[in-house]
Design a protein around this ligand. Structure first.
Ligand code: SIN
Length: 544
């Protein structure tokens, strides 16, 4: 039978800022395939509002950005990484400008900088309130100009193919064994419903986060933690999963409840008020509305719980109406579409899941512990964010690590004894059939998201976490059965991945017996520097 394996030099999974930048860096010098599960522009990057942080202002300094990042990270950032990323910031902005990203400028032509929580200076470059869209659009256009990069849209990565995994079929091999390496990826073409085997000596995950593990989230539907789950299954180390960042301000509305109200609004003077009109942040932190995000989100959570209110309010009514319209056209438009005029009425807001600070553990060159497997952007844990990410440091991280991953990929390709063209086993669907009871899958989605929101949210306790752990184990068992019983679909792949990520979050949260940054436990309300000033880390020991 002829081989159905398609061979490449580098497989990139994900098409946000990290994946696209990496593909552009390698275009022409390596045989690259970019795999993305929906359309090229269906990413979390596209939804980023606030911006891209880099030291560009005259009153700013690299040391200040370094210090602000460390303060937000609550003691467990990797300092060498923070230094390297902060120093790379200005060049990364220049590169994006070169790729055609239109950042806003002041009348004198200099880049306009705004401020967000935790930043001691104005250092956030932006394109009005749709910075991610400007970046996504420019990079998507650039990649379309490179026909030598194979782009597979509507292709869902299913599983990494590793040496150990193939050996397991022959009765040996453990995930991440010392001589283990990644060989490729199975991907599901969601239009033809065919599973394809792609082979390459280098695979880079750029799959983004997992906000869909929660009911309220700023993340798009694609954010189901696929990269973390696949990497964990393959034996890669996963770190800091307990640190899930909740953005303080998502629009509170029965239909538009997942729409982000950018922190840049508070950066420009917005004030959070409770239902009595009190500017309550003064009671929680000296930086008031610009306190680090974890503190603002917890303060709102506490106001809601003690007062029994459904939302708090972001008041912009004291700012000039023209300023609001011109600086925040997206937010203004979306609020108006549901009858809220932020020029005259405070916006009802609640916190929601926003950013996964943990992920697949990588070194400064984007390498995981599994040979040939790289990870960049939100799917990775580089050590930049520590226990809490500073606003607008994530696009920066994605852009910087994509360039480093390109260097690493080139090195790996140069060092590799030429790998023979691989002929990987075809995907074995066994006697799987179409799901007959869709309702069961829908119910599992709801169950995961509800239990994560109720038991594994902003404030945690051992009791709630253990309850979540038990429920998730049961769900995972059922999903495993469904997974092999039913024909593969995007829905089933995402559901299994989301469940794995939820389990990793819960297990990491149970492990960390202290409160730090984004992880707050009522059972351990203090920070324990003696025992816990380090990243948490998990690795799958055996194939089950
Ligand atoms: C925002 O605009 O508030 C989001 C910025 C970020 O999360 O980095």
């Amino acid at each position: 039978m002829p081989s159905t394996t398609e061979n490449f030099d580098v497989i990139i999974i994900g098409s946000g800022i990290g994946g696209l930048t990496l593909a552009l860096e390698l275009a022409g010098s390596a045989k690259v395939v970019l795999v993305t599960k929906r359309a090229l522009a269906d990413t979390n990057t596209r939804l980023a509002q606030g911006g891209f942080s880099a030291v560009l202002g005259e009153d700013d300094a690299l040391d200040l950005h370094f210090a602000d990042t460390l303060t937000a990270g609550a003691g467990i950032c990797r300092e060498d990484v923070v230094r390297m990323v902060v120093e790379s910031g200005p060049t990364a902005v220049k590169r994006l400008l070169g790729q055609g990203v239109q950042f806003d400028r002041d009348p004198d032509g200099t880049l306009q900088l705004t401020r967000e929580g935790g930043h001691s200076r104005r250092r956030v470059t932006h394109a009005r309130d749709a910075t991610g869209l400007a970046i996504q659009t420019a990079l998507t256009q650039r990649i379309r100009e490179h026909p030598e990069v194979t782009v597979l849209e509507h292709h869902h990565a299913v599983d990494l193919i590793t040496r150990a995994r193939l050996a397991k079929g022959r009765g040996s091999g453990h995930p991440g064994d010392r001589d283990d390496r990644v060989l490729g990826v199975y991907v599901l073409d969601t239009e033809s419903e065919r599973v394809r085997a792609l082979a390459a000596p280098v695979v880079c995950l750029a799959t983004g986060g997992a906000g869909r593990a929660y009911v309220y989230t700023s993340n798009p539907k694609v954010a189901t933690g696929d990269g973390v789950a696949m990497a964990y299954r393959a034996g890669a180390r996963v770190a800091n999963m307990e640190f899930f960042q909740f953005h303080p301000t998502l629009l509170f509305h029965p239909i538009e409840n997942n729409f982000l109200i950018s922190e840049a609004l508070r950066g420009e003077g917005g004030i959070l008020r409770n239902s009595d009109g009190e500017a309550f942040m003064a009671r929680y932190h000296e930086l008031r509305d610009l306190a680090p995000r974890d503190i603002v989100a917890r303060a709102i959570d506490s106001e809601l719980k003690t007062r029994g209110d459904a939302s708090v309010f972001l008041d912009m009514t004291h700012l000039a109406p023209d300023f609001l319209e011109s600086h925040f056209p997206t937010i203004h438009g979306r609020c108006m579409s549901v009858g809220i005029d932020m020029r005259t009425t405070p916006i009802p807001v609640v916190p929601g899941a926003h950013y996964m600070c943990g992920g697949v553990q990588v070194d400064q060159d984007a390498r995981t512990n599994l040979r040939g497997l790289l990870a960049i952007g939100e799917v990775s844990c580089t050590g930049l964010h520590g226990a809490n990410r500073l606003a607008s440091n994530s696009l920066l991280e994605g852009a910087v690590y994509a360039v480093r991953a390109a260097d690493t990929a080139r090195q790996l390709l140069a060092d590799a004894t030429p790998l023979p063209k691989l002929d990987l086993p075809s995907w074995d669907a066994g006697d799987a059939r179409s799901p007959d009871e869709r309702v069961l899958l829908n119910h599992s989605w709801d169950e995961i998201r509800n239990l994560m929101s109720n038991y594994v949210g902003i404030v945690r306790s051992n009791r709630r976490l253990k309850r979540a752990e038990r429920r998730l184990e049961l769900l995972y068992g059922e999903l495993r059965e469904d997974y092999w019983r039913y024909l593969l679909s995007a829905d089933l792949i995402e559901l299994r991945n989301l469940c794995t990520v939820a389990q990793l979050i819960v297990r990491s949260a149970l492990m960390r017996q202290e409160s730090r940054g984004l992880h707050y436990s009522i059972d351990y309300p203090d920070t324990d520097d003696l025992n816990w000033r380090h990243e948490s880390s998990l690795r799958r020991p055996v194939y089950d």
